[in-house]
Design a protein. Structure first.
Length: 394
């Protein structure tokens, strides 16, 4: 979104409302504002009722301050954009960047007469009454809404939002500049490399009926699969989508793998990845991608690699379906080593055909995002101060 806004409005001023302002400044050279300045957790269930009531007025004062801060931040802003991501969920919490945080900023943006736009967003799960109400109200403030897949639009419609006129456009990652430079055919010698993207599984965020032992089977299956890859002459590159939690899964898989083989450290490497462009660079240096996190799957496709997606959420299966790759998608609740191996053997067997299919769908997705840009930015706007929201969740 940043690259496209700069192309459309070279002189615009960008500000990012987010969880890590210092990272936004370092990565994109734009101002960042914390999505909340509130530090007290007045509704901590560990506090006694008496103490929670005593903190009520302090909490109310903090909350009024939050709205005042949002009001000041959005002064002079023309557009408020929620770019992609899966913010429309209550799987983790209502506050923070949950439905209440989004509602607060969207409400203030509307009061500031900003043009509010939800662009290629994902949705779900939204299970609680409060979460559903807050998501519905946030979307009601929008001048423009589009979703990255049909399943997200269906979830929004189930909340009671009239979404018949809303559009479906691909994930914004497909709009990153110059993907051809990453998608070049590998000319390396030596063993083929498989990128293995691991994820700390969360049942509450998983679509469908979660199975209690899913994580244990996931770790065990990946360890057996990795051992099989080593036996068949492949090297492994482990990828992290969220360093705060995924490193634990890497440690679990490595521990399980050491019980199968002694060759872990030499041929199974783990890289710390600090940015999307760095992830793309690592993916482009591999031959095949097996991934769980949505953006590991998506970026593997963006660089033209055959991908097996271990789907934990409808966004993964929807993406693979849109790309014509449903046969190479495996539900995380149904994972076994044998099923994973069969999927991998299939992408190896059909790799040339898949390379062509993926290339065509990536170009089609880029063209669709160009079309969306025309809808969003065709209106002539002079001096802009544009506020964009962002989250660190996977």
């Amino acid at each position: 979104m940043v690259s496209r806004l700069r192309a459309a409005f070279p002189d615009c001023e960008l500000c990012c409302i987010c969880t890590g302002p210092e990272n936004v400044l370092a990565t994109h050279a734009i101002d960042g504002v914390p999505h909340t300045a509130r530090s007290r957790r007045i509704w901590d269930r560990r506090l006694s009722v008496h103490k929670r009531l005593g903190m009520l007025f302090l909490g109310l004062g903090d909350e009024v301050g939050e709205y005042i801060r949002a009001w000041r931040t959005l002064k002079g802003t023309e557009m408020f954009i929620v770019p992609g991501t899966g913010l429309l969920t209550d799987a983790f919490e209502l506050s923070g960047w949950g439905p209440y945080g989004l509602f607060k900023w969207a409400l203030v943006a509307r009061l500031r007469r900003c043009r509010v736009m939800f662009v290629s967003v994902g949705a779900g799960p939204v299970d609680s009454f409060k979460g559903r109400l807050l998501v519905k109200l946030s979307l009601a403030f929008a001048d423009y809404r589009s979703y990255r897949d049909g399943a997200s639009k269906e979830i929004v419609e189930s909340l009671g939002v009239r979404a018949s006129g809303d559009r479906i456009y691909p994930d914004l990652v497909f709009g990153l500049p110059s993907p051809g430079s990453w998608a070049a055919t590998n000319a390396r010698e030596g063993r083929p490399i498989v990128a293995l993207g691991l994820m700390a599984y969360s049942e509450k965020y998983s679509a469908g009926d979660a199975v209690g032992d899913t994580y244990d089977r996931y770790v065990r299956s990946l360890a057996v699969f990795t051992d099989w890859l080593l036996d068949h002459g492949y090297n492994i590159k482990l990828l992290v989508g969220d360093a705060a939690v995924d490193t634990t899964t890497i440690a679990d898989v490595k521990a399980a793998l050491r019980r199968c083989t002694h060759d872990v450290d030499e041929r199974v490497v783990h890289h710390s990845i600090a940015s999307p462009h760095e992830l793309l660079s690592h993916l482009s240096a591999t031959d095949f991608v097996i991934a769980t996190r949505f953006h590991n799957v998506l970026m593997g496709l963006l660089v033209g690699r055959p991908v097996v997606a271990i789907s934990f959420h409808h966004k993964c299966s929807s993406l693979m379906s849109e790309m014509g790759l449903s046969d190479y998608c495996l539900d995380i609740n149904e994972i076994t080593p044998d099923r994973l191996i069969r999927k991998f053997e299939a992408i190896v067997r059909h790799s040339e055909e898949l390379n062509s299919t993926i290339r065509q769908h990536v170009e089609r997705s880029r063209s669709a995002l160009d079309e969306q840009d025309e809808l969003l930015f065709r209106q002539e706007i002079g001096e802009l101060r544009l506020v964009e929201t962002e989250t660190a969740a996977g």
